[in-house]
Design a protein around this ligand. Sequence first.
Ligand SMILES: C[S@@+](CC[C@H](N)C(=O)[O-])C[C@H]1O[C@@H](n2cnc3c(N)ncnc32)[C@H](O)[C@@H]1O
Length: 261
Amino acid sequence: MTGGEIVAFDPTRRRNARAIVDAVALGWLRPSDLVLDLTHKTGRFWREWRPDPAAGGRLVRSDLDSSGELWAGGHLDMVADALDLPDVWRRRADVTVWDPPYKENGSGGSCAEDDGYGVADRWVPRRGLLAAGVVSAVSWTRSGGVVLVKCQDQTAGRFHPQTTFATVAAELAGAAPIGVLHVAGTTRPQPADGRAQRSPRNRTSALMAFRVSGRRRVDVDPWGVAVTVERHGLRGLLGSLPRRWEPPSLFASEGERNADG
Ligand SMILES: C[S@@+](CC[C@H](N)C(=O)[O-])C[C@H]1O[C@@H](n2cnc3c(N)ncnc32)[C@H](O)[C@@H]1O
């Protein structure tokens, strides 16, 4: 924070838990909220702030927990695939949080974060899960509620604009972006194989916030989104968006002027 003002990039914001505190200050989260954390893991997000049961708030800790360790360790209230929650969750949460494994590559444990993000020593496709989870998170959230998504624009072989994927997926499902809080971090050096650097290294990740609209789409299948995105990338996702209007031609008026003489 600078002089009481929350800024999108604050170099002292180095933890997700701090971004959550700032999200509260911005009104994206409130003590009385029913907060559904789809990817709770051990709950590092909630180390500094949690919804307040005394105010009617509740944090529901959910995760896929493929190894069963999180449940065994008492970290969860629910074991579930974020794309396939029980139907009672439809349009239920005030705030839904989606922090999927988003790092696209790893270097065999040379980075402490890799283990935390389940990253293998190779390129791992993440964009389908990211986009499908955003669509699902919107469906678990009440109209007017908020979806918080954690991801990172990053280079792995080529540039992966994950924040764009998240925004387009949210728009597809009927949620509009309301802001982003960047979390400062570190990145390891590129492999020393003599290749020239072609894109800037990104030392931040993004906690993105979306407001769910009352005019959401209910027919978006998250698995369909995952497959489309893995196969066709952003173009596949854009192809799924309803065509509500045709952009006016930039040259139409010029043509008219020319026709006039
Ligand atoms: C980056 S970690 C989340 C860290 C967590 N936000 C924290 O503060 O500790 C990603 C989590 O996503 C979970 N995950 C991966 N795919 C999932 C899915 N389809 N549904 C639910 N959780 C999933 C993993 O089990 C892992 O715990």
